[in-house]
Every structure is written in C-alpha cells, then in structure tokens.
Design a protein around this ligand. Sequence first.
Ligand SMILES: NC(=O)c1ccc[n+]([C@@H]2O[C@H](COP(=O)([O-])OP(=O)(O)OC[C@H]3O[C@@H](n4cnc5c(N)ncnc54)[C@H](OP(=O)(O)O)[C@@H]3O)[C@@H](O)[C@H]2O)c1
Length: 256
Amino acid sequence: MVEQRKVCVVTGSSSGIGAATVRLFATNGWNVVVNYSREAAPAEAVASECRALGVDALVVRADIAADADCRRLAALVEARFGRADVLVNNAGTTKFVAAQDLDGLDAEDFQRIYAVNVIGAFQMVRALAPLLGREPGAAIVNVSSIASLMGTGSSLAYMASKGALNALTIGLARSLGPAIRVNAIAPGLVETPWLQKGLGAERYAATVQGYRARAALDAVIAPEDVAEAAWFLGVKATKTTGEVLLLDAGLRLTRG
Ligand SMILES: NC(=O)c1ccc[n+]([C@@H]2O[C@H](COP(=O)([O-])OP(=O)(O)OC[C@H]3O[C@@H](n4cnc5c(N)ncnc54)[C@H](OP(=O)(O)O)[C@@H]3O)[C@@H](O)[C@H]2O)c1
C-alpha cells in the first residue's frame, strides 16, 4: 500500500507567514490546505507553488471568524484528504492605533479583532479536532505575537487578543491532550505585507531599523523563520505542549 501523505491546514496562508508555512510543509512532502478570506489569486499562486513540489494543495476561501466557514473548511479537508495532522492557526487581524490613544479603540474594534484572533482560532480547533484526533502525533500551532508578552505592537486590542490566544493555547493543550499537542509561536517583527501595509513604506523602514538596532541578534524575523518554528512545534517537538515560543531575534533581552 502506498503511504498516505500527511496533511497540514494553515489558516491565512495566501501571504506572509502562512504562505511560507504551507511551502515548508509541501517541501517536506505534506499535502497542504491554503486558506484565505478575501483575495483568491494569491492563494491560488501559493497552491500552484506547492503543487509544483509534487504534493496536493486544496484552496479554501473561509473567514475563520465565521463558525460555518470553519466547519465547511474541515468538511472539505475530510472529503479531499480524509485526514488532518497539523493545524496552524495563523490568520489574524488588527487595527493600527498608538498605545497612548485610548479613544482610538472602541468595543467594536476589540470584538472584530477577537473574532478572528481568538474566536476564529477556537472555532478552527473545534471544527478540525475530530479529524486531528484520529492521527497519532497530531498538533496545533497558534501564531501569537511578541505583542502579547511585551505590551508593544499595533494596538492594545491586538496585544490583548494575542494574550488571550496564549491562554487558549495552554487551556487547549490540557483539553486535547494526550491526543493532540497545542503550542504557540510569538514572533517579533516579521517581514510580511502585514506591517508594510499597516505602517506605510516610510514608517515601516524606520520600524525595521529600530527593531534591528534593539534586537540582540541585529535582525528582524523572516516568514520562513516562523515556518521553521511551526514545523518544529507541529512535527518535531513531540514532548512539548502548552508552550508559547518567543521568536524575536533577541528583542526581549534588551529594554524593548
Ligand atoms: N508580520 C508581523 O510582524 C507579525 C508579528 C507577529 C505576529 N504576526 C501574526 O502572524 C499572522 C500572519 O501575519 P502575516 O504578517 O503573515 O500577515 P499577512 O501577510 O497580511 O497575511 C495574512 C493572511 O491571513 C489571511 N486572513 C486575514 N483575515 C482572515 C480571516 N478572517 N480568515 C481567513 N484568512 C484571513 C489573509 O488573506 P485574505 O486577506 O485574503 O483573507 C492572508 O492570507 C497573524 O496572526 C499576525 O498577527 C505577524
């Protein structure tokens, strides 16, 4: 019998960290699920790159803030592959508001950000857990942020949402063990369209420069670095669960 390829589902994988993660799993011979909520063309392009590596790639449009979308995504994964081994909850959203500007955020901002960053991740776990639970060694990796640990980042609502995601990670590690491991990665500044769009070219360049100047390793993070951490936590770290891995090029060693 031909051995079945393992399957990795990555939310928000048409760009940035998510795209690098599906590419890495595909490079290692895994079938992948590419998810997005708005623009189909970039997702199709990432899927084509993965197929060129010899694996199968399923593209699913699904807004993870909508539970029905999460359940439909899980059903499509089961229909196409009959299995899921690793879920990377990567899709996220924010609002760029200076931390001093308390009036720049309202309840709706918090609710919109939590709907994706916290509830979306939970809904994806709930939808996919039955499939994951059937595979020995299954794992979930949540993409959090250094913002949750340092109190820096695009807004207070974003920091709080990623803090909630860390707590969810630890709680789910208890709920889903021993069948499914659950860990998180908390990256520092990652070079993706996220910050480039959010800050604009000039502020982005200054932010990268400032980050590098403060980080002990004089570096920012590449999407591929986060993908490697997702591979480690998702596949290799078989005795690690409930962990939040800081991936910041040594920023926290300095005074911020
Ligand atoms: N970049 C950084 O410096 C940094 C640092 C720490 C943590 N992070 C975290 O890393 C994750 C990925 O960020 P990135 O920098 O790679 O961003 P990115 O390049 O902007 O990619 C975001 C991806 O998420 C998808 N997406 C957004 N909302 C979605 C939703 N509701 N449902 C499904 N997909 C959705 C986007 O596609 P559509 O627009 O088509 O939906 C896209 O594929 C986020 O959770 C972010 O908080 C980023």
